[in-house]
Structure formats: structure tokens, C-alpha cells
Design a protein around this ligand. Structure first.
Ligand code: FAD
Length: 554
């Protein structure tokens, strides 16, 4: 068996190491265009910011170590130019010497990754305009900042990389403007969750420009080192450095030219064993399209975990093991200054666009019991099927222990669990870590109250669009909370007075009740509905309302 792997980072390196563990006899060739293999791409922003002090710390394996430990023929600075499927050969160019060679394969794994998008905007090729993909890119950004004493940065794109870079460039002391064409950052969150990130960015001094896009990069003015970034809305932003974080597209040149099937999203089509349309060729990582576990739709997922696991599955297949990739949940996490934002499965936006029936619950539970120091609330959103309560997706944003909640939810989602299962999960509890009813249990219980018909829900977006005269909006918070801010037009009856003041509630209109986080308004709904009053609980209550309306409490 002669296995050739093209691409030596997350997917390729994992495939190579697994292949060697499965066969001591196979010839394994790992071909990588760049100078490094098996590096932690995900750490690049933290190297630029200085939290990771040396770029060499990002190199998980060196070519020499990979050769020695795994007896793999590692060829760095070598480009795969063409795949000839008839003869089962690959044309390679040694980029140092300029020499060409053909090498044969019995099995081929393509782990060619993705390329950063770089739109053809005027001025974009000027020095100081960077994309970020490799350790070399990270070094170049860092050196530019140091050598030019850069003070102002414009980041274009508010996805994971743009946000991480916004944080890290602030850590490095730069004035940062982040430009995002959509009305929100991080499109893997629904808008009322992303809104919390907007507040965090602004609170940390990032000039956030949403719903605006770059028109062109003009020649630098006022001493700027890179360009003056001209936005379509008319703003002109001087930039000592520009970071282009507009997303990626799968690098499928080799696959396309070899005649392999390419999907509608531009990724290599693979089956669950990571086989392309040619069974001798497998493909993994950012270069491929995989099925989304919840929606079943083909998706492009640019995440290190899936790439690494797919590499292992592809190697298993080459050596006769029947490993399969079950599809992606798109589980992702981001630290943004003091906040953590995480998601798994489908967003409500995805479910709406695929016309998938769903319910959503919003909660604001504390990370752990309030009496133990350090507790902080988190915004938690759980999406589930109205038919059987099966989980469809979840999002969490907060300051403490968000990661473990999303990982539990991702595990539950992968296990096909329902909201009843969440309510019953036995999770570890001691005061520093959680509460006897963990946020996960609470989410399950909140969802159960919907599926059991104990409470009907209203959502912020719907209430915002309703004619206010058609409903009776009722605020049951305490007077002190009420004094701090209200939803326009809402009547105020604190929960403790509700039973005595029922005659103030009209019977001919539906009542939409809210408190601060949704729990007291749930109790209010139970009081009202048992007296025959039509009512709904505003999901996530005042906190979700404010976030949805773009003005989250901070
Ligand atoms: P890549 O890692 O891109 O590797 C592909 C390799 O193939 C490249 O090195 C390329 O040079 C080589 N190649 C391509 N064509 C050829 C050819 N013809 N010949 C030879 N070599 C070739 N994911 C997370 O899950 N969490 C994170 O926090 C996270 N942070 C990130 C931060 C940054 C700045 C970036 C850029 C990405 C981040 N990612 C993160 C995404 C993650 O790094 C990718 O999903 C992952 O690296 C994909 O692995 P891959 O093997 O498919 O592709």
C-alpha cells in the first residue's frame, strides 16, 4: 500500500499519523506546499496578540519529528500539481529546487483545506492588507504591527477569526474598527444572542460598524500605514493594518481538475467514509462538503475538530476499517474579551429557512449558585422539535462555564436526546461548579413546560412586530427593576401583587407577560391561565427582549 496525502495540517497530519498506527508496512507520503506541517492554526490570533509568545509553540509536529516518529515521507515546500486517476500518479513540484516528479499512489487523501476570501476591491493588494491562514501569515501580521508601530486596525468580517483578531489586536493596544456587512457578527448565533457580542465589543473599545461594507481601499491619508478604508456608507477609516476575515472557500483545484464531483457549495463531495466520487481518493476537512446532522443539508464546516476526525476516518477506510463520519453539528466556541459565545446544531435562522418546525426557549440561568462567589448569568437558547422534543440546536453566551454547557448540549444533540432527557440529566454539582438544578436541567424543564402545554410562549421578534393594542403587555418585575427600564406600553403589576390585582387585567385581549429572565413570568402565566385568562410568557423575558432589540443589558 502506497498512501499519498496532500495537505499536512489538521486533516492531513491526522490521516498520516492514523495510517501509520494501522500499518507498519505501508509507504506513506505527506505532501505540503508550505514550510510547516501539523500546526495549530487556531492559535494564530493568540500569537499575534502575544498571549502565545512564540510562533514555534504553534507547531505541533515538525517534519523531522513526523519522519522519525511515524516513518512518514514528509515533503514540505512541495506542491501537488495534478492527479492522474488513470495511471494513479500525482505530479509534484519541489518549490525550493523547482524540480518536477511523478509519484504513484494506491490510495490518495486530499486534505487541501480552504483559501481565505480576498475580494477584488480596489487597493486590496496594497501592503498591509492581510488574510490569516498559516503560521507565516501570523508572523507577517505581527511583524507588520511591530515594524510600522501600527496603532489603528480595520478588520473586515465579523466571523470567528475577525472577532478573535479584534480581541487580540485590542490586547496588543491597537485601536480597532470591525466592519461587518450583515446586521450582526457571528452568523452561527441568532441575532438576539449575537447582540450580546456587539455590546461586549463596544464595551472593550472596538468601533463596530454593522450593516456596512468596504467599497475600496484608498491610498493612506493622515499618516496611516496601510490604507484609508472607504465604506459604502461613506465612512473613511485610516488603517495602519487591515485584516481581511471574510471567510474561506474550499481549495478544490486538484479535485476539480481530476474530475472529482464538486458539490453546489463548492466543496468536494464525499460519502460518510470520506470517499470522493473516485473510491481510491478520499477527501477531508475544510475542502469537503458534509451533511449537517440536524438539517440534513450539505454544509461547509471550517473547524479543526471535524477535519482531524475526518482524517482519522479516511485513514481507517484506506486500511479496511469501516469508520464513518456521522455528519456535522457545527459546534463552535469563541472567547470575546470577558464573554464566551458557543453554539451547536441548527440556529433558529437555519430552521426558519429550511421550514423545519421548532420551538425555542430562552433562559438566563446563573453559572453556579448565587451564594458562591463568581457566579454570572448566561444567555441560553435551546431549540427543539415540537413533535417529540428532540434537540435541534443550542446557543450560549456568558462569562462563566459556558463551554461545559455547550459541550453537554452538543453531546446530547449527537445522542439524539430530547428535552425530557435534558431535564433528567444527572450532572455534577457542588457550589463552585453549578447548582442542584443545572442550567441544562433548567433548559429541559423550561422546554417541558412548553411541550406539556403548561405555558404558551411569545418571542421578542413577534411581540416587536405585533400591534401593541392587540395584546396586554404585563411586566411582573419588582418596582426597583421596573424603575431601571421598561418595555414601552407595558402595564406593571409585580408578581407578589398579581392575585390581588387580577381585575386590572383585560379579558378580551391576550396577555403577554414578562419579568427579568422568564421564570417569574412563567409563574404569573400559571396564575393567569388557571383563572381562564389567555396569556403567553415572553421567552427570555426582558433580558432577551433588550438583546433582540439591539440594546442588551451589559
Ligand atoms: P488546512 O489546515 O488549511 O490544511 C490544508 C493544507 O493543505 C495547507 O497547509 C495547504 O498548504 C495544503 N495544500 C493545499 N493544496 C495543496 C497542494 N496542491 N499541494 C500541497 N499542499 C497543499 N477551527 C476551530 O475548530 N477552532 C478554532 O479556534 C479555529 N481557529 C482558527 C483560527 C484561524 C486564524 C484560522 C485560519 C482557522 C481557524 N480554525 C479553527 C479552522 C481550522 O484551522 C481549520 O478548519 C482546519 O485547519 C482545517 O484543516 P484542513 O486540514 O482541512 O485544512
Amino acid at each position: 500500500m502506497r498512501l499519498v496525502i496532500v495537505g499536512g495540517v489538521a486533516g492531513g497530519a491526522s490521516a498520516a499519523a492514523r495510517a501509520r498506527r494501522l500499518s507498519e508496512d505501508a509507504e506513506i507520503v505527506l505532501v505540503e506546499r508550505g514550510p510547516d506541517i501539523s500546526y495549530a492554526t487556531c492559535g494564530i490570533p493568540y500569537f499575534v496578540g502575544g498571549e502565545v509568545t512564540s510562533s514555534s509553540e504553534l507547531l505541533v509536529q515538525t517534519p523531522q519529528a513526523m519522519r522519525r516518529r511515524f516513518a512518514i515521507d514528509v515533503r514540505v515546500r512541495t506542491e501537488a500539481l495534478r492527479v492522474d486517476r488513470e495511471t494513479r500518479e500525482i505530479a509534484l513540484r519541489d518549490l525550493e529546487r523547482g524540480t518536477l516528479e511523478r509519484t504513484s499512489y494506491d490510495a490518495l487523501i486530499l486534505a487541501t483545506g480552504a483559501l481565505p476570501l480576498r475580494p477584488r476591491l480596489p487597493g486590496i493588494e496594497r501592503p498591509g492588507h492581510f488574510t490569516l491562514r498559516t503560521v507565516a501569515d501570523g508572523r507577517a501580521v505581527s511583524a507588520w504591527i511591530a515594524e510600522r508601530s501600527a496603532r489603528t486596525a480595520v478588520i473586515v468580517g465579523g466571523g470567528f477569526i475577525g472577532l478573535e483578531m479584534a480581541e487580540q489586536l485590542r490586547v496588543r493596544g491597537l485601536e480597532v474598527t470591525l466592519v461587518e456587512a450583515l446586521p450582526q457578527v457571528m452568523s452561527t448565533l441568532d441575532p438576539e444572542m449575537a447582540s450580546l457580542l456587539h455590546a461586549e465589543l463596544r464595551a472593550n473599545g472596538v468601533d463596530l460598524r454593522l450593516g456596512d461594507a468596504v467599497d475600496r481601499f484608498d491610498a493612506p491619508e493622515r499618516g496611516a500605514r496601510a490604507s484609508t478604508v472607504a465604506l459604502r456608507g461613506g465612512a473613511r477609516l485610516p488603517a495602519d493594518i487591515v485584516v481581511l476575515a471574510l471567510g474561506v472557500r474550499p481549495d478544490v483545484r486538484l479535485a476539480r481538475e481530476a474530475g472529482l464531483e464538486i458539490g453546489a457549495l463548492g466543496g468536494i463531495r464525499v460519502d460518510e467514509r470520506m470517499r470522493t466520487s473516485d473510491p481510491r481518493i478520499r477527501a477531508v476537512g475544510d475542502a469537503v462538503e458534509v451533511r449537517h446532522t440536524v438539517t440534513g443539508a450539505w454544509s461547509l464546516i471550517s473547524l479543526a475538530g471535524p477535519a482531524s476526525r475526518q482524517g482519522r476516518i479516511a485513514a481507517d477506510g484506506v486500511f479496511g476499517r469501516d469508520s464513518r463520519y456521522p455528519g456535522t453539528l457545527g459546534t463552535g466556541i469563541l472567547r470575546l474579551f470577558g464573554l464566551t459565545a458557543a453554539c451547536t446544531g441548527a440556529t433558529e435562522t437555519m430552521l426558519v429557512s429550511s421550514a423545519t418546525p421548532h420551538h425555542a426557549v430562552h433562559l438566563h440561568p446563573a453559572s453556579h449558585v448565587g451564594f458562591y462567589p463568581g457566579a454570572a448569568p448566561m444567555a441560553l437558547k435551546v431549540l427543539f422539535s415540537p413533535d417529540d422534543g428532540r434537540l435541534l440546536g443550542a446557543q450560549a453566551v456568558g462569562r462563566v462555564a459556558v463551554d461545559k454547557r455547550i459541550d453537554v448540549l452538543a453531546t446530547a444533540l449527537r445522542g439524539g436526546m430530547t428535552v425530557d432527557d435534558l431535564a433528567e440529566l444527572e450532572l455534577a454539582y457542588a457550589p463552585p461548579f453549578g447548582s442542584a438544578r443545572d442550567p441544562i436541567n433548567l433548559a429541559g424543564m423550561a422546554a417541558q413546560s412548553v411541550t406539556a402545554g403548561d405555558v404558551a410562549q411569545a418571542h421578542w421578534r413577534e411581540v416587536a412586530s405585533l400591534d401593541r393594542a392587540s395584546i396586554f403587555l404585563l411586566d411582573v418585575r419588582d418596582p426597583a427593576e421596573w424603575a431601571e427600564g421598561q418595555i414601552a406600553g407595558a402595564a406593571h403589576i409585580p408578581l407578589g401583587e398579581l392575585r390581588e390585582r387580577l381585575d386590572e387585567i383585560p379579558r378580551e385581549r391576550e396577555v403577554v407577560v414578562f419579568c427579568r429572565s422568564g421564570q417569574r413570568s412563567y409563574y404569573a402565566c400559571r396564575i393567569l391561565s388557571q383563572r381562564g385568562i389567555r396569556c403567553r410568557n415572553l421567552s427570555g423575558a426582558y433580558l432577551t427582549w433588550r438583546a433582540g432589540m439591539g440594546d442588551p443589558e451589559h
